[in-house]
Design a protein around this ligand. Structure first.
Ligand SMILES: NC(=O)N[C@@H](O)C(=O)O
Ligand code: NI
Length: 167
């Protein structure tokens, strides 16, 4: 039996994550401007919320239990009709495992990112991703995604598990 494939997390940046969606963070690389008579800086239009068909965008909170590392990822999922954003509320880093849209996630296209506590992610519609990968302790995430009467969560079991490692 061959050794499991491993993936070492790379830093999360807007550029590296662009094929998968958006990074939600305050950065001089995004458009920002003062509002409220200068009391507040608006970091504008950081992510595209997609809630197609008969769905609507909604805000929820996910309370995730920490994953034990090294973690073996055996499946991926995708939402075909809507985007899904995760914004950390507990001040801890987390992992993001993604693959580009395709009929099934390809092992050679998996990308693992280590997101800092001040970075959120927005998975574009159809992007394969692993369910929430919280680290260190129970962590809350603000979620912006599509809700509808019909479920929209396609799961796929990977042919071979991938061991996720921190840098
Ligand atoms: N199932 C669910 O709402 N959560 C997943 O979509 C996820 O990405 O964590
Ligand atoms: Ni999801």
């Amino acid at each position: 039996m061959s050794a499991p494939r491993t993936l070492v997390a790379e830093p999360l940046t807007r550029e590296a994550f662009a094929p998968f969606g958006d990074v939600i963070e305050c950065s001089d690389a995004v458009r920002h401007f003062p509002i409220n008579a200068g009391n507040t800086e608006r970091y504008h239009d950081l992510a595209r919320v997609d809630a197609g068909g008969r769905g609507r965008a909604a805000i929820s909170i996910f309370r995730g239990q920490p994953r034990e590392l090294p973690f073996m990822a055996n499946m991926m999922e995708r939402h075909r009709l809507g985007s899904q954003a995760f914004v950390p509320l507990s001040g801890r880093p987390y992992l993001v495992l993604v693959a580009p849209p395709s009929p099934r996630p390809r092992a050679d296209q998996l990308r693992l990112f280590l997101a800092r506590a001040e970075q959120g992610v927005n998975y574009a519609r159809d992007v394969w991703h692993h369910p929430l990968l919280a680290l260190e302790a129970e962590s809350d995430f603000l979620i912006v995604d599509r809700i509808a009467a019909e479920p929209d969560c396609e799961e796929h079991v990977l042919d071979e598990g991938v061991e996720l490692l921190l840098p």
